[in-house]
Design a protein around this ligand. Structure first.
Ligand code: GDP
Length: 197
């Protein structure tokens, strides 16, 4: 896919106020600092597209971008902030659950996992929750350039093995490194294929 245009549209707390669901939609989520903004900017070929909505105070929002006038890219607020209150966490959970379960044009959720780490409970719990809700998703292992290839594959394998404990079929996965645009064609190719269906 060639990205001809990408623009920030709107940020919302309420899924019902999101843009009219008349285009296919792809959401990105992961724990904070996983590399989500960098990945979105890499996909869109823009240095600071995701930052548009990344200013403090806007982080707990559902952020919509329009790509090629053809599909929505959604930047969802990350999980795993150390310093949020119980009530903020509950608010996040409610917003995310409603969005993920009710947004009718949502085609796929890309769950970002930091490839430097061994499997983390927080990520596994979130993925298992997606499964319970029957939300389609796949995995993106980020920051692959921070480790050797062998270490990255070991962590990816370990993560997939963990998922096997609960899942009969494993989701598709991508491996990314933003500086060299590793994984960009694969992710955009996947979205292209989904959009063509
Ligand atoms: P977010 O909080 O999930 O949006 O994460 P950011 O995109 O802001 O990235 C967090 C940090 O990880 C920043 O310092 C990025 O430069 C760095 N980072 C993100 N992606 C990569 C990557 O693919 N490779 C490397 N080496 N660093 C990355």
């Amino acid at each position: 896919m060639i990205i001809k245009s990408s623009e920030y549209l709107i940020s919302n707390v309420d899924w019902q106020k999101c843009p009219t669901p008349n285009l296919p939609e792809y959401a990105f989520i992961g724990r904070s600092n996983v590399g989500k903004s960098s990945l979105i900017n890499m996909l869109a070929n823009k240095d600071n597209l995701a930052k548009t909505s990344g200013t403090p105070g806007k982080t707990q929002l559902i952020n919509h971008f329009l790509i090629n006038q053809a599909w929505y890219l959604v930047d969802l607020p990350g999980y795993g902030f150390a310093k949020v209150s119980q009530s903020q966490r509950r608010q996040w959970e409610q917003m995310i659950e409603n969005y993920l379960r009710k947004r009718e044009n949502l085609v796929n959720v890309f769950v970002l996992i930091d490839s430097r780490h061994t499997p983390q409970k927080l990520d596994l719990d979130f993925i298992n929750q997606l499964g319970e809700w029957q939300v389609p998703f796949n995995l993106v292992f980020t920051k692959a350039d921070k480790n050797t290839q062998a270490e990255t594959s070991r962590n990816v394998k370990a993560f997939l093995n963990k998922l096997r404990e609960n899942w009969e079929f494993l989701p598709q996965h991508f491996i990314t490194a933003t500086a060299k645009k590793v994984g960009r064609d694969a992710i955009l190719g996947f979205i292209d294929e989904m959009n063509a269906q």
